[in-house]
Design a protein around this ligand. Structure first.
Ligand SMILES: *[C@@H]1O[C@H](CO)[C@@H](O)[C@H](O)[C@H]1NC(C)=O
Ligand SMILES: *[C@@H]1O[C@H](CO)[C@@H](O)[C@H](O)[C@H]1NC(C)=O
Ligand SMILES: *[C@@H]1O[C@H](CO)[C@@H](O)[C@H](O)[C@H]1NC(C)=O
Ligand SMILES: *[C@@H]1O[C@H](CO)[C@@H](O)[C@H](O)[C@H]1NC(C)=O
Ligand SMILES: *[C@@H]1O[C@H](CO)[C@@H](O)[C@H](O)[C@H]1NC(C)=O
Length: 471
């Protein structure tokens, strides 16, 4: 084992933090032990940050983006230097922008949509876009979608952390008074001093670094070779050999919804991740590993996080029948046993994935979030998703993920109704100070011992199998 693989492996273990287990519900104590009659034991590693970008896993991928700190979803606050007050979308949006807040929180935070390195739309708390009023030059937050009058250029003074914002008509925004923010400041030159009503201090309070950010940040064309290179170098065949030689028997591979329209996904996404997934199946089969295909990013984003490819932190998934139907199509594509190659000579290994011996499970969606992903919409989706997988295979397990921050048992009865269904529960040993003060050994002991209570809560007679997708 070369140093590269050791460190890659450690990285995988740390960042993906996923000792995964499929276990018979009646045998929680055997969670991480080898397989035995009547119980399926799977120990897998999650290949996070590979086919769905998560910036924290591989930050240098973003290095070539100009203004890489101003990507889609970046949250900014703007303080007028003349008023010494923050800009605010009054009532959170739907009316005027004011400059009368001494401190900043939700209504004073604007989320960027990036058009290019210097041109942006600003989205407010209630999700409208900032623009100019139709009757004049008042700055308002009323548009449901951004057009020309919602498109602004940000002129940065990096050393001073100050900006000016140029409206589509060429004038700069200015805070004339605490209640009048207008787009009519025409003086081009500035000293960036406290006397200029078109100057704002810009503070960044949040950032996203997901697939949308990297592809739109570079632009699809420039992102294409960067991502394809990442896909073919970050995880390679030797990693599968290493995984197989070190006591694991499966991999969980997060994928994004755009993989279903490979090689020409909708902008800004980049084609080619399907080839990487095909390779993963070939390697998994060679080293006798199971593949869990995990739909990590559903259309519209199921949780607003960067790892579900949200553009700006908003979540649309679950709110309409349309995005549920669209997601079913993605599962249909992944599960189907058709040939997708052009070359008739291509072997069976080019089938998508129901007929691949490496297919262990399809996870229908990762970490949907309440309340937008309602329990009803989720059940409807899981029912339809299960059926679509079963059109092609009766062997593959179908994994249903619990909603984040919801009761871990809310899907238990529902999931019991399906053959070879699995409930994915996530137990993070992070995001809580309790764990940061523990030693490595204490963390391991906690996973081995203390989680058994959690597992027993979701282990019922004739219930679904249980899968700890994150720990
Ligand atoms: C800011 O101005 C708006 C519009 O006049 C007003 O409704 C609101 O109460 C003001 N807020 C503060 C904190 O002064
Ligand atoms: C950014 O987009 C705006 C609006 O389309 C355009 O006017 C400007 O030239 C573009 N700037 C760059 C650097 O591409
Ligand atoms: C645009 O800028 C001009 C000043 O150059 C101003 O008079 C006008 O009201 C501004 N707003 C719109 C919507 O044109
Ligand atoms: C940025 O602002 C400072 C004043 O704070 C000024 O001295 C400097 O020239 C400005 N830089 C640019 C590039 O305008
Ligand atoms: C874990 O379980 C052990 C044994 O039941 C208990 O003593 C310990 O307090 C638990 N640790 C935490 C952090 O809850």
């Amino acid at each position: 084992m070369g140093g590269k693989y050791l460190s890659q492996w450690l990285l995988l273990m740390l960042i993906c933090s996923c000792l995964v287990s499929l276990s018979s519900c009646r045998r929680p104590a055997r969670l991480l032990s080898s397989s035995s009659m009547g119980s399926l034991n799977v120990k897998a590693v999650n290949l996070g940050g590979w086919l769905v970008t998560e910036g924290w896993i591989f930050p240098s991928l973003f290095d070539g983006i100009v203004n890489k700190d101003m990507l889609d979803g970046t949250q900014i606050q703007l303080k007028s230097v003349t008023q010494q007050m923050y800009l605010s979308a009054e009532t959170g949006g739907g009316t005027i922008i004011v400059a009368n807040r001494t401190s900043a929180s939700g209504w004073e935070t604007f989320k960027l949509w990036r058009i290019n390195e210097s041109t942006f739309n600003f989205r407010v708390f209630n999700w409208q876009f900032v623009g100019l009023s139709s009757d004049g030059n008042q700055v308002v937050a009323t548009a449901a979608s951004p057009g020309k009058t919602e498109t602004f250029q940000i002129v940065r003074n990096l050393t001073a952390s100050r900006v000016r914002i140029r409206a589509p008509n060429g004038s700069f925004l200015q805070a004339k008074t605490a209640v009048s923010v207008t787009a009519d400041y025409t003086e081009e030159s500035t000293s960036w001093g406290d006397d200029d009503p078109s100057v704002f201090e810009m503070t960044m309070v949040g950032q996203l670094q997901g697939e949308f950010q990297i592809t739109n940040g570079y632009g699809t064309e420039a992102a294409t070779p960067i991502l394809r290179n990442h896909w073919s170098t970050y995880i390679v065949e030797d990693d599968f050999r290493f995984i197989a030689n070190n006591g694991l028997n499966a991999v969980r591979i997060p994928v994004g919804w755009w993989i279903a329209s490979d090689p020409n996904p909708p902008k800004p996404f980049v084609g080619g991740s399907l080839q990487a997934l095909d390779n993963a199946f070939t390697w998994a089969e060679k080293y006798n590993l199971g593949v869990i295909v995990d739909l990590h990013a559903a259309p519209g984003s199921q949780n607003g996080y960067e790892h579900s490819a949200s553009r700006d932190g908003s979540q649309e998934w679950g709110t309409t029948d349309e995005n549920i139907a669209q997601t079913i199509n993605v599962i249909d594509f992944l599960a189907s046993s058709s040939f997708y190659g052009f070359d008739k000579q291509q072997s069976f290994s080019n089938c998508r994935y129901a007929k691949r011996s490496g297919l262990l499970a399809i996870e229908l969606i990762n970490e949907p979030l309440a309340p937008k992903a309602t329990l009803d919409s989720l059940k409807k989706y899981y029912q339809a998703g299960y059926n679509v997988v079963r059109k092609y295979t009766s062997n593959a397990y179908v994994i249903m993920s619990n909603r984040l921050s919801a009761s871990s048992t809310e899907l238990l009865q529902f999931a019991s109704g399906f053959q070879k269904s699995v409930l994915d529960v996530h137990y993070y040993n992070l995001f809580s100070s309790e764990f940061t003060t523990m030693t490595v050994q204490q963390n391991i002991d906690y996973v081995n011992n203390n989680r058994s209570t959690d597992i027993s809560t979701v282990s019922i007679a004739n219930g679904p199998l249980v899968f700890v997708g994150k720990s």
